[in-house]
Design a binder for this molecule. Structure first.
Ligand SMILES: Cc1cc2nc3c(=O)[nH]c(=O)nc-3n(C[C@H](O)[C@H](O)[C@H](O)COP(=O)(O)OP(=O)(O)OC[C@H]3O[C@@H](n4cnc5c(N)ncnc54)[C@H](O)[C@@H]3O)c2cc1C
Length: 316
């Protein structure tokens, strides 16, 4: 079963991919994400939302030209800045083609969010830590019955496991496995920035840092693999200018519930009254989950329409 903690990085990245494309709907989803995580922080007196400067390394001369063009594009002016010459911005890294800054990046302590919310729901008697069996969910005279529970509405948020959901399995997920390493080094101290070389490095205040992530659509098991560990460590050593001992303290794997059009899938089942879905968050759950759950909640409670771009009806 995919783990909610598999990714554990929760980076909110305004610009993605080799083509440096602005993240889908970023201007709408980011404020909702920031508002949600700040509200969780306040309610539970914890810190989970960490804005962080992101340094992105150009990998070749074409990247350099592309980022120059992007920086002249008004749509990108709030997220790209600080082009720096080779070696200026992050001296710890090999940097043959210069860097630029991605603004409005952040990381979210997702394990802490999930643990805190689960504990809070458990205290209220509203959380059961068990495997949900779809075969035991039955329609009642009104709503749905499940092992002694009655619910008017059931919202499935099960990530890539949706492929085993009898009511929603036909929606086109394109899951992709990813692995990350939690590391420490006796010699490497990185300033608190997110570094995006071929792989990303995320230093934590305690001196540990995370390296990620791999991408694999062929192996969808949830077990970490030696091959991907080697891939990440090789990329880390190649990115760093000096040789450093890098010790791995945790190796995690998870499945990104990606979709064929790279957009979330939310909404009501077309003919099973009371069944709903939030899925397809792909590699962007930290930024998109708050806006998507808000949109579905308003649909359920206030009957507001769901945006066609994310509505599951687009696959009818
Ligand atoms: C390596 C990696 C790096 C990533 N990095 C980032 C990043 O930096 N930023 C970002 O925004 N996103 C990132 N992601 C993506 C992010 O993790 C996903 O978008 C997000 O986890 C999707 O959330 P979800 O709740 O829809 O699904 P999931 O996180 O998969 O959660 C689904 C949950 O449902 C549970 N479940 C499923 N079926 C059942 C059942 N029958 N009974 C009980 N429980 C069940 C699963 O165990 C799981 O806990 C990354 C993902 C990976 C794998």
């Amino acid at each position: 079963m995919p783990s909610a903690f598999g990714a554990a990085a929760g980076v909110i990245n305004p610009v993605t991919g080799r083509w440096m494309t602005k993240t889908w709907n970023f201007d709408q989803v980011l404020p909702e994400a920031a508002k949600t995580y700040r509200a969780i922080e306040q309610k539970f007196d914890i810190q989970v939302y960490h804005p962080i400067p992101e340094i992105r390394f150009c990998q070749n001369a074409e990247d350099l030209k592309r980022v120059g063009r992007r920086m002249r594009n008004p749509r990108y002016q709030d997220v790209l800045s600080h082009m720096a010459a080779t070696g200026e911005a992050a001296p710890e890294f090999n940097d043959d083609f210069g860097t630029f800054r991605i603004n409005q990046a952040a990381y979210v302590d997702l394990p802490l969010v999930v643990h805190t919310l689960r504990a809070s729901f458990a205290t209220l008697g509203r959380f059961r830590d068990e495997t949900f069996l779809h075969s035991e969910l039955k329609p009642g005279t009104t709503g749905w019955q499940y092992r002694g529970l009655h619910a008017d509405k059931v919202i499935f948020c099960e990530g890539a496991a949706m492929q085993d959901n009898p009511w929603f399995k036909n929606l086109p997920l394109k899951p992709a496995k990813g692995e990350t390493l939690l590391c420490h080094s006796p010699t490497l101290r990185l300033p608190q920035k997110l570094y995006h070389h071929k792989k990303w490095f995320l230093p934590y205040p305690d001196g540990n840092f995370r390296i990620g992530a791999t991408y694999d659509e062929s192996d969808l098991s949830d077990a970490p693999t030696q091959a991907k560990k080697d891939e990440l460590l090789t990329a880390a050593h190649e990115a760093l200018k000096k040789p450093h001992q890098v010790d791995v303290s945790a190796h995690l794997a998870g499945i990104r519930p990606s979709t064929i059009d790279s957009r979330p899938i939310i909404g009501a089942h077309p003919n099973k009254l009371g069944l709903y879905l939030v899925n397809g968050l792909g590699s962007k759950g930290a930024s998109t989950a708050p806006a998507m759950t808000q949109q579905l909640t308003e649909h359920i409670l206030k009957k507001s329409p769901i945006n066609d771009e994310v509505n599951l009806t687009r696959f009818n």
